[in-house]
Design a protein around this ligand. Structure first.
Ligand code: ATP
Ligand code: MG
Length: 289
């Protein structure tokens, strides 16, 4: 197939579009990053926090939005942009951005254990909370991260009042003691959890990744998907009919948009159509119903 017939695709996708059906279907499942303005803004806010020099009251961020909107995707991209580096002078690995998840129930032992795992620090899982805590803090001091990202913060609410207080104190302590910027990530329940603590409210700047609505940005998002899906014919995904239908099916969630388009692309590769039209989307909708 001549490349100029694939002018609707980005160069890398043009290569992929030449592959066989199975390979193309498989490639749909690969991780991909698609830029959109709110994500770019979020990445810029994270970068500004990251560059804040250590001070007594470190600024912190609460990145929130519905499940499947793309929050973890953003923090993972930020993390990749700041890989670990070896500090020759001190002979230690520096980990500029540490990401860790809040356990499903606010359990400090599991939190520290998960943190130590992220830091690549071997530890005895049977150790008591106090010793895990000390170890994690010592290692964090050595590795001197500039930012700690805690994902799934809404899990905090799954605990009793006392457990919630304890977890909030833990987060406060880490920000104060280590003088690192904290980024908490979660759903609306994460916002509610922080609201129970006036000190947290004043410290954390909320930043929402909202659901998509019909807009130029959504049209651009769909156009960007079209440029990377390995289909051999243009689909014109940014036309009104398609945009409205995808919005309706997805509820405006980035993850759902991605899944719907992947499924429609797979269908269209398998039946030889090689583009996505309303009929493909309708079939995907029926199969998911
Ligand atoms: N920028 C993006 N480019 C491409 N795909 C994306 C992007 N953002 C989100 N997605 C798609 O949406 C899915 C869900 O994203 P993500 O896991 O980041 O959501 P989340 O907001 O962290 O959800 P949860 O609150 O349930 O953890 C991803 O697996 C990916 O398929
Ligand atoms: Mg997530």
């Amino acid at each position: 197939m001549k490349h100029d017939e694939l002018a609707h695709l980005l160069p890398a996708a043009r290569e992929q579009a030449q592959l066989g059906n199975e390979e193309r279907v498989k490639s749909l499942l690969r991780d991909r990053w698609i830029d959109y303005p709110r994500a770019t803004e979020a990445l810029q806010v994270l970068q500004r926090l990251y560059e804040t020099p250590p001070r007594d009251r470190m600024p912190c961020l609460l990145l929130h939005g519905d499940s499947n909107i793309g929050k973890t995707k953003i923090t993972a991209k930020f993390r990749r942009a700041h890989p670990n580096e070896f500090d020759e002078r001190r002979g230690v690995e520096r980990c500029p951005v540490v990401t860790v998840q809040m356990p499903p129930t606010p359990d400090q032992h599991r939190f520290y254990s998960g943190l130590l795992f992220e830091l690549g620090a071997p530890h005895n899982a049977a150790a008591g909370l106090a010793s895990l805590e000390r170890l994690a803090r010592d290692i964090l001091k050595t590795m001197s991260p500039q930012m700690l990202i805690v994902d799934e913060v809404h899990h905090l609410l799954a605990g009793t009042y006392r457990e919630q207080r304890a977890s909030l104190n833990l987060l406060k302590y880490l920000a104060n003691d280590l003088k690192i910027s904290m980024v908490l990530v979660g759903t609306r329940d994460a916002v509610l959890a922080l609201q129970t603590d006036p000190q947290m409210v004043s410290r954390y700047r909320p930043f929402e990744i909202p659901r998509w609505r019909e807009s130029d940005n959504l049209r651009r998002l769909l156009a960007a998907f079209e440029k990377v899906l390995p289909l051999r014919k243009p689909s014109d995904l940014s036309r009104r009919e398609i945009v409205q239908y995808v919005l309706e099916l997805s509820g405006g969630l980035t993850g759902a948009i991605s899944t719907i388009l992947n499924d429609a692309a797979e269908l269209s590769i398998r039946n030889g159509d090689e583009f996505i039209g309303i009929s493909h989307l309708e079939r995907v909708a029926r199969e998911h119903a």
